[in-house]
Structures are given as structure tokens and as C-alpha cells.
Unconditional design. Structure first.
Length: 604
């Protein structure tokens, strides 16, 4: 009987384990779902909407098949009659914020891929436009990531619903027209785990029953018979042994087979507990964590999106630094214009021209490359967009950090550094929000600062010209301001006094024609970046006298001596830390600047 019990338990174990394994293999449901869509379109762009990518939970694996055949351009998307034999195996793709994707597409026609809830599949629909082509999308600063392939391109993403994928060929030929999206599925095998646990429990009980049966069989066989011819030795009588037995041990103590049965039933109870534990109802788990309140969710949704993410911003800064370094090495103003604009570009192009005229002149200081210490993007979903970045070279502490103000004028343009400013050695950049939150950009006449940004620039340029006589002289911290020590009113007076009686010098200062960029800080203050110009006019004061030019002025003006006089214009980029309204008496601190000659000529 015991062997029969063991055999039955073994059969039950192997059957249960087999069914449990089968539940996860041959009887298992599909572990992924793929939806494909094919269409004919002459549109140069295809947009896979974020809602389609998130139609099901889990990571999205997108497969794009190239080799389309259609006529490029036109607003007859998804019109089979418009197709003609023009093909390309090239595939380019990128993903970014859905609003950015649509803004980049602009007036071009495109195919929009969405999710049909009724049919539970991807569908393609045309969106007409007036443009016939788009630029190459790879390399744009707008994307979180971009890709390029030939013939077939596979991409695995895990993006939220407000992120879309953009697919094209070269921007002229039609976009690829065979796309599939695959999502992972959770395999639902509710009985697999109980069957496996029950099978292993039955196997364990079967082994116990087998061992029990073998032990019982051995007891029934009795002692082995001895050789009858062998004489028996007399036994020595054993002394009686008594041991005390407590009354508690006599109560409830099983005897004989009952004890064996109790021992055998213990694994059964344990196995039952394991099986019941595996079959616990889904609702019996830990209590769900409380969801955030509606007011908290609305507060997060009210914040505008940031212009760039942290990784995106660091990649953009790296591209800018690489382009500027190449331009400095080649002294190529056109190459510099690919990543510089405004005052920063003008200063470098002027320096390149001066060095080309006189090789002994120093080249403008290079921007340190190494790490992005501060990245502060603007909170906005419109254009232009602004980013403040502070870069440094941790391997060379002698090179001071540099602040960059990057501006993207439109969706299809790259970010360009309009300001490149060397920070003061003792400069302490105010604490700013993390890149994931960003900060709003303030207008030049904002009332949220004790002094408007426009007033800051005008007051500072006046103080450089007239010193303590300037109306806003007391607004600024004098200590640590090396620009004031270099071109301030006292220095201007010294230069005027040093001229001979045959010449005179005149200084004029003004706020330059460039955007004043103001970004908020965590203490409700602001970082103000602007542009100043200073013009020096040197004239002879006697007939027949002349003034001499040297250095960059001579190189740019093309004259070394003039009886009419010389005019030199210098551009100065400045960055200030402005206190908050809560501390209006705190001084405005100059954090850094860049200054150099931007024009020189003979007085006309």
C-alpha cells in the first residue's frame, strides 16, 4: 500500500509539473503584439503619433522598411495614382516632443500614423501641406535622438505619449511606407505557478512515502537466521534500567503508527500551505499607494515644458564647442557662423580678419571644453528658445569657466551661441533650477526684479563712461569688477591725459543692438546677459598733425597713420546677477564679460 501511495504521488507530481511547464510554453499566450501598416504616399515625412506608440503598455519596437517607390513632394499623400518609380533605401528617423515634431514638419505634407481603437491596429492618414520637401532631419538640435539606416531600420523606445517619432528618407523623396510597431505582452498563466508548486510538493511527498515504504519492508523481514551448528553463548543478565517519565509526556503523545502518520502528514500540510499561498487572490496583496491629488497633478501640468532636456542640452553644447574650435583653428568665419550668432559671432569674425591681416596678433581665447557645470533651459514650447550653459575644463583650472547663451530662432535652425562670456575668477553663479524644470525668460522691462534688465545695462554703460557721476553707479558691486578696472571712467581719463597736445580722444558708450536675455534664479532673482558698445575717436588737434594706429586697429582700418583721425569700436558682452525683490538693497554683481575690437576705420 505504501508503494502504491508513492507511485500515485509520483504520477501526480510529474503530471502537475508537466502541465505547469506546458502552461508557460506550448499553451502560453503570445508574449508580444505587432501591428503593421503599409500605405502609398508621396509625402516626404511620416509622423508616428505618441498615442499610437503608447497604444499598449511597454517598450515600443519600431521597424521601418525602406525602398519606397513614389513621386516626391506634393499634397496628394496616400494617393496611389500619384506614385511613380522613384525609390530610396535610405531611412532617417528621430523622436522628440510631439509639438516640436509638428513644428519642424511645418508646411510640408506628411503621413500621420495613429491607433484605431475599434480595429485595434495602426492606421495611416494624409495631412496635406504646401511645401514640397523638408531638410535632412538627422543632426537637428530639436530631437532627443536620431537614427540613420539603409533598407531597414529598427528602433526600440520607451517614450511617453507626448513624444512622437518622425521618419523620412532624404527629405525630398517620399518617406518609407511600411512601418510596424511591436509591444511586449504579459503572459497570463494563472495556474502555472500553483501546478509547479503542487507538483514539486507531490514529488517531495512521493520520495518520503517511498523511503517510508522501504523502511517498513525492512522491518517486516525480521532478523536473519544464524548457523544452527554454531553454539550459543550464555547471555549476561542486564541490569534493570528505569527512567522517570513526566506526566506531560504521557498526555497526547501518539504511539505506534499514529506517530508515523503524524510525521508523514507534516509535509502534506506544508505543501498545502505553499499551494494556497500561490493561489492568493489578486486583491489580497499590499494596499495600493495613494495617488497624487488632482491639485498636485494640475500644478505639474501647468509648468511649460523645457526647451531641452539635460542630455539634449549637453549634446547641443558639445556640438557648439566642436564647431567653434574647428572655426578657431581654421580662422573660418563662415564655419563659426554655423554655431555662433550676434555679438559672439561678430567678435570672432573680427578677430579672424585682424589675425589674417597681421599674423602677430593673438587669436581670440578658445572656449574651454570638458564639462557642463550649469545647464538652465527656458520654459517654453514656442520660439525663439534660450539656454544658459556654463562650461569649464576640470583638467586645467587656470582657464576660467565660460558662460554661453544659446538661442534657437526657429524649429529647423540649430542653437547658436549669441553670447560667449568669460566668468570672473571670484564669480559665484546664483543657484538655478535643475535642467528638468528650467526657468522662465523675463522681458527687458519685467517688474519682477528691483531693477529692470534694460535699466541694468544702461546704468552700467553710463558708469563705465562717467564713473561715480553716473546715476546708477551705486547699483553695482565695485569689488571684483575687472571690466571696470580695464575700461572704466578712471582708465579713460588716464588715456586722455596720456595723449600729446596734438591729439584728442572722445569716448561714447551705448547699449548694443542685441537681445537682452534674462533668466530667473531660485531665489527669485535674475541672470541678465546683454551687449554694450564703446567707440573711441582719436583726432589730431593741429594742422599737419596725424594720429597713429597699431595692432588690431591698424589691421582692420588698413592705415597706420591718419591726419583725419581714427575710429575704433569695441563690443562688450556682459552677464550680471540681479537680486530679488525681497533683497532690493543687494548690489548687482558682474559675473563675467568678453570684450574686443569689432570695427576700425579712418574718420570720414
Amino acid at each position: 500500500m505504501r508503494f502504491i501511495v508513492a507511485i500515485v504521488l509520483f504520477v501526480v507530481a510529474f503530471a502537475s509539473i508537466g502541465l505547469g511547464v506546458a502552461q508557460r510554453t506550448i499553451f502560453a499566450e503570445p508574449d508580444r503584439l505587432t501591428s503593421s501598416v503599409e500605405y502609398e504616399s508621396s509625402a516626404p515625412v511620416t509622423v508616428i503619433d505618441g498615442s499610437a506608440l503608447n497604444a499598449l503598455d511597454g517598450r515600443q519596437t519600431i521597424a521601418v522598411l525602406g525602398g519606397v517607390t513614389a513621386e516626391p513632394g506634393g499634397d496628394d499623400a496616400l494617393d496611389p495614382a500619384a506614385t511613380a518609380p522613384a525609390s530610396s533605401d535610405a531611412i532617417s528617423a528621430a523622436y522628440g516632443a510631439s509639438t516640436d515634431v509638428i513644428a519642424w514638419v511645418g508646411d510640408a505634407p506628411y503621413t500621420l500614423i495613429t491607433w484605431d481603437e475599434t480595429e485595434q491596429q495602426l492606421v495611416a492618414e494624409p495631412v496635406r501641406g504646401t511645401a514640397t520637401e523638408v531638410p535632412d532631419l538627422v543632426g537637428s538640435d530639436l530631437w532627443y535622438q536620431d537614427y540613420r539606416g539603409e533598407g531597414e531600420l529598427g528602433i526600440t523606445l520607451n517614450v511617453p505619449e507626448d513624444v512622437s517619432l518622425l521618419v523620412a528618407t532624404d527629405g525630398v523623396l517620399p518617406a518609407p511606407q511600411a512601418i510596424s510597431v511591436t509591444w511586449p505582452l504579459e503572459s497570463d498563466s494563472p495556474y502555472s505557478t500553483p501546478l509547479l508548486l503542487g507538483g514539486f510538493a507531490a514529488l517531495l511527498l512521493g520520495l518520503i512515502a517511498l523511503i517510508w515504504a522501504l523502511l517498513h519492508l525492512r522491518k517486516q523481514r525480521g532478523p536473519r537466521r544464524k548457523n544452527p551448528s554454531q553454539p550459543k553463548m550464555p547471555r549476561v543478565p542486564r541490569p534493570s534500567r528505569y527512567r522517570a517519565v513526566s506526566s506531560s509526556s504521557l498526555v497526547g503523545r501518539p504511539k505506534g503508527r499514529r506517530a508515523v502518520r503524524s510525521i508523514a502528514l507534516l509535509p502534506v500540510a506544508l505543501a498545502g500551505t505553499l499551494v494556497l499561498g500561490a493561489c492568493t487572490a489578486p486583491g489580497a496583496g499590499p494596499a495600493p499607494s495613494p495617488e497624487p491629488s488632482a491639485s498636485a497633478a494640475e500644478a505639474v501640468e501647468e509648468l511649460p515644458p523645457v526647451a531641452v532636456t539635460a542630455s539634449q542640452g549637453e549634446r547641443i553644447v558639445s556640438r557648439v564647442l566642436t564647431a567653434v574650435a574647428d572655426a578657431d583653428e581654421a580662422r573660418d568665419g563662415e564655419l563659426a557662423a554655423t554655431r555662433l550668432a550676434g555679438p559672439a559671432l561678430l567678435l570672432r569674425q573680427t578677430n579672424y580678419a585682424a589675425v589674417a591681416a597681421n599674423a602677430e596678433l593673438p587669436l581670440i581665447a578658445a572656449i574651454p571644453s570638458g564639462s557642463v557645470d550649469v545647464l538652465l533651459p527656458q520654459q517654453t514650447d514656442t520660439w525663439p528658445r534660450r539656454i544658459l550653459a556654463v562650461v569649464s575644463n576640470p583638467e586645467d583650472t587656470a582657464v576660467p569657466p565660460t558662460a554661453l547663451v544659446l538661442i534657437q530662432e526657429s524649429p529647423r535652425e540649430d542653437y547658436k551661441a549669441n553670447y560667449v562670456l568669460t566668468l570672473e575668477p571670484q564669480a559665484q553663479v546664483p543657484e538655478v533650477a535643475p535642467a528638468s524644470l528650467g526657468t522662465p525668460a523675463l522681458q527687458p522691462d519685467t517688474p519682477f526684479l528691483p531693477v529692470t534688465p534694460a535699466t541694468v545695462l544702461q546704468a552700467y554703460t553710463d558708469s563705465l563712461l562717467t564713473g561715480e557721476a553716473a546715476e546708477g553707479y551705486d547699483l553695482f558691486a565695485i569689488e571684483g569688477d575687472s571690466l571696470r578696472a580695464q575700461i572704466g571712467a578712471a582708465v579713460k581719463q588716464e588715456r586722455s591725459d596720456a595723449l600729446p597736445d596734438t591729439a584728442s580722444i572722445e569716448f561714447t558708450n551705448a547699449v548694443g543692438d542685441a537681445e537682452i536675455v534674462t533668466l530667473g534664479t531660485l531665489d527669485s532673482g535674475g541672470i541678465v546677459v546683454g551687449y554694450l558698445t564703446e567707440t573711441e575717436t582719436v583726432r589730431p588737434t593741429q594742422d599737419g598733425a596725424s594720429v597713429n594706429a597699431s595692432g588690431a586697429v591698424a589691421a582692420l582700418s588698413g592705415v597706420e597713420s591718419s591726419e583725419a583721425g581714427l575710429v575704433a569700436t569695441y563690443g562688450t558682452q556682459v552677464i550680471f546677477s540681479v537680486p530679488s525683490l525681497a533683497d532690493p538693497d543687494a548690489p548687482i554683481v558682474l559675473l563675467g564679460y568678453s570684450q574686443g575690437l569689432i570695427a576700425a576705420s579712418e574718420v570720414s
